[in-house]
Design a protein around this ligand. Structure first.
Ligand SMILES: [Zn+2]
Length: 337
């Protein structure tokens, strides 16, 4: 999407980065999809075109089903995909990744949740710290979904839970109970909000679900009182700029109008992420290029955004502190574009 000048390209590559909003299925390597039907998938998918825009989230899900769904049928498939996805993160100088899988992959009974989580963790290249989350839709607490959701709180290597899928499906009372149980078990709570539903849904996830890690959340900008709540509760927004542009999120007519600039300036802790790089044809680095190119983020500001990811990382280690020190040095050096 972006062709950066050599200086910006080198700078973004040099930044130690995190990726804290990354769906494994939406990051599916194209070669894995091509393997399911070489004839059908000979050419680049239409979504990779710069001018491509989804006209709705339903269209996004239809295209996801068309391209990616057939790949994720076993723990081995997750492992193979995760190996390529995580290596791609490491190649972009990413040091810490939080990635999620969708609960529906477990409905067929071909793998257990702990097997899937382990398969992804085992795929991490050396030097990349990885945490795995399970994502579920607002209405997944039924049938086998109910059993899995109740059970996942006991999966030792699952780092947390995330609610995703269509935001317009009403939230059901089980979510509050499960999110509380997950918190009691030491899991990290996330929720997709403020992408397609207005700021009030961001407020709901903060106040009712006790979430401090909102995925997207950008529509909070529509209500200053929700921005204030985010600041007061020290909430982080895991923002995905190119995803928001291609999905035509309300108010994001193009990158130059993405609210991350206003949110950053207001002191909201935002991280930069790629979301579903197969579905958008983007990369984490390109999201950084977009912020520099269209929103005037300076080198120091990009370093501060990268730092935010390490600040909230579930990673107690000297390496994490080294990354923060390195980014502080860059942010404080006064370099600008
Ligand atoms: Zn997402």
């Amino acid at each position: 999407m972006y062709t950066p000048n050599p200086d910006l390209k080198e700078f973004v590559q040099s930044l130690p980065k995190t990726e804290t909003h990354l769906h494994l299925e939406g990051a599916c390597p194209y070669e894995m999809i091509q393997r399911t039907n070489p004839e059908k998938y000979r050419t680049a998918p239409p979504m990779w075109d710069d001018s491509f825009r989804y006209d709705s989230f339903d269209q996004f899900m239809d295209m996801y089903a068309e391209f990616c769904a057939a790949v994720f049928t076993s723990a081995e498939a997750y492992h193979e995909c995760a190996k390529k996805i995580l290596q791609n993160c490491a190649d972009q100088n990413c040091r810490y990744v939080e990635t999620s899988f969708h609960i529906a992959s477990l409905f067929g009974g071909t793998m257990s949740g702990p097997e899937l989580v382990q398969a992804v963790l085992d795929a991490a290249p050396k030097g990349l710290e990885v945490r795995v989350f399970m994502g579920m839709c607002h209405n997944d607490y039924t049938g086998i979904g109910k059993t899995i959701i109740d059970d996942c709180i006991k999966w030792e290597k699952l780092s947390g839970v995330d609610i995703h899928g269509p935001e317009y499906i009403p939230m059901e009372p089980w979510t509050k109970d499960i999110w509380q149980k997950a918190a009691d078990a030491g899991k990290i709570l996330k929720a997709h909000a403020g992408e397609f539903m207005p700021a009030s849904f961001v407020r709901y996830c903060i106040e009712e679900l006790n979430v401090r890690r909102i995925q997207h959340g950008v529509r909070c900008i529509e209500d200053p009182s929700v921005v204030d709540l985010i600041l007061e509760k020290d909430v982080t927004l895991d923002v995905c700029p190119i995803s928001n542009v291609k999905l035509q999120v309300e108010g994001v007519t193009d990158m130059a109008h993405h609210p991350i600039r206003k949110l950053f300036d207001a002191g909201v802790r935002c991280t930069v992420n790629s979301d579903d790089p197969f579905m958008f044809g983007n990369s984490l680095s390109e999201d950084y290029y977009g912020l520099a190119t269209d929103l005037g983020f300076t080198h120091a500001e990009l370093a501060r955004l990268a730092r935010n990811g390490f600040e909230i990382a579930d990673w107690e280690s000297p390496e994490r502190k080294d990354c923060i020190r390195e980014l502080d040095a860059i942010a404080g050096s006064g370099r600008s574009l």
